[in-house]
Design a binder for this molecule. Structure first.
Ligand code: MLT
Length: 407
């Protein structure tokens, strides 16, 4: 008899965004004429930058000739891309990252979900609340949590991110081994300062813990005093892995390219207490389970680092940040308090009412999709998240509709 992994039975319903997708599809079926504006899932709407399109076309043409055709590439990514990433995203900002510490992949969601398999079954895990569900669900699937009780999984330490700490939690009193952090944060949009990240790096160093730092939204940081990478903090190379993505930076949600940094000094420990380099373990995993991102897509990602590419991706994030400003100012006008939206494409709005009821109300009365805050955790109850990923026209229309619906 084939048995299942019963940890899957502990999972709550479906993945948050699938759940929202189903509700929206049902609403659309019942109201076929309603034009729905989606400010829910953070999916980009604008075309790829022209430098990426040119690079894609050129690479596809190379694949059409035997002389320039490429088969399997290096699992870790082509050197042409890894070198640009290390130089432009890190070294140019004073963060020490070498090209061979970059692992190119098809998504930060996949990497941040997969990396947990490198760690022991009994590690103590801290996750933010509210939290990007992938960090939690992948550990539930792996059997590192107890059951779901009163809105939380037993066995996890939840780092409450609330108004009281400006949505940036401090290290816990308790000793934890594995810490998930995401800044600029999904879903709250809060950004951490260097001093705040330093506290976490020091905590991890003192406790032989590891930080999994999700910086998928780093491209939206406009305040120069804020760190874009955890490696801008002294000591982070020993205690942190960082995830980045071209999805929101360059419009690659449908094209798929991301990367993970695993510094060579970054250690985890075996049961004898011996330090083991995570770089070797992740490399082993990557080479065994992943065949690399396609050559044309890596060429398109490389184009992001040209002078024109840097201008074009800046223009893209500026465009979405302008939407974020529009949303925030409308929310202020309507009397709501909010965070995010400044160095982030997400605006976290306090509604003070049941999140799913607010979601249904917006969908029914305004035809606008948001993400209910409670879908990200207990601390998200009473909040919704609006995403700035849409056209200016749609965001303006959505704000007008929300104003009319909530009046
Ligand atoms: C979100 O809306 O939170 C993101 O789109 C999810 C993701 O990037 O996987």
């Amino acid at each position: 008899m084939i048995l299942i992994n019963e940890n899957y039975l502990k999972l709550q319903a479906s993945y948050l965004f699938s759940d929202i997708g189903k509700r929206v599809a049902a609403f659309q079926e019942a109201h076929p004429d309603q034009d729905i504006i989606k400010l829910g899932i953070g999916d980009v709407t604008r075309a790829l930058p022209s430098v990426c399109i040119d690079a894609l076309h050129k690479a596809v043409d190379e694949m059409a000739e035997d002389a320039t055709f490429r088969g399997y590439g290096p699992e870790q990514g082509y050197a042409f891309l890894r070198e640009k990433i290390a130089q432009v995203d890190f070294q140019a900002r004073g963060a020490e990252v070498a090209a061979d510490e970059v692992f190119v992949s098809d998504g930060a969601k996949c990497d941040s979900g997969n990396i947990q398999e490198l760690f022991g079954q009994d590690v103590a895990i801290a996750v933010p609340d509210p939290v990007y569900p992938v960090y939690v669900d992948t550990n539930v699937m792996a059997g590192r949590t107890g059951t779901w009780q009163e809105g939380r999984y037993q066995g996890l330490t939840y780092l409450e991110s609330t108004e009281n700490n400006n949505f940036v939690p401090e290290p816990p009193e308790a000793k934890v081994d594995l810490i998930y952090l995401c800044f600029p944060n999904n879903p709250t949009g809060a950004a951490a300062t260097k001093a705040q990240l330093k506290q976490w790096v020091d905590y991890a160093g003192e406790n032989k813990a590891l930080i999994l730092f999700d910086a998928a939204y780093a491209a939206f940081i406009r305040d120069d005093s804020l760190p874009q990478s955890i490696y801008e903090i002294a000591g982070a190379r020993e205690v942190a892995v960082e995830f980045r993505s071209f999805s929101k930076t360059a419009g690659f949600t449908g094209t798929r390219c991301a990367y993970t940094i695993v510094p060579k000094e970054c250690m985890a420990y075996d049961s004898q207490g011996n330090a083991q380099p995570l770089h070797l373990l992740w490399n082993r995993r990557h080479a065994t389970k992943f065949n690399g991102v396609s050559y044309p897509v890596q060429r398109a990602a490389e184009a992001v680092y040209s002078v024109a590419g840097q201008e074009q991706v800046k223009e893209l994030s500026d465009y979405y940040l302008k939407n974020a400003a529009l949303i925030s100012s409308k929310m202020t006008e309507l009397g709501y308090t909010w965070v995010g939206g400044v160095n982030s494409p997400y605006i976290w709005i306090k509604t003070g009412t049941d999140s799913w009821a607010f979601f249904d109300n917006l969908l029914n009365k305004a035809g606008v999709v948001c993400t209910p805050g409670s879908g990200f955790g207990k601390c998200g109850e009473g909040y919704i998240r609006l995403s700035a990923f849409n056209s200016h026209e749609n965001v303006e229309k959505a704000m007008q509709r929300i104003e009319n619906a909530l009046k």
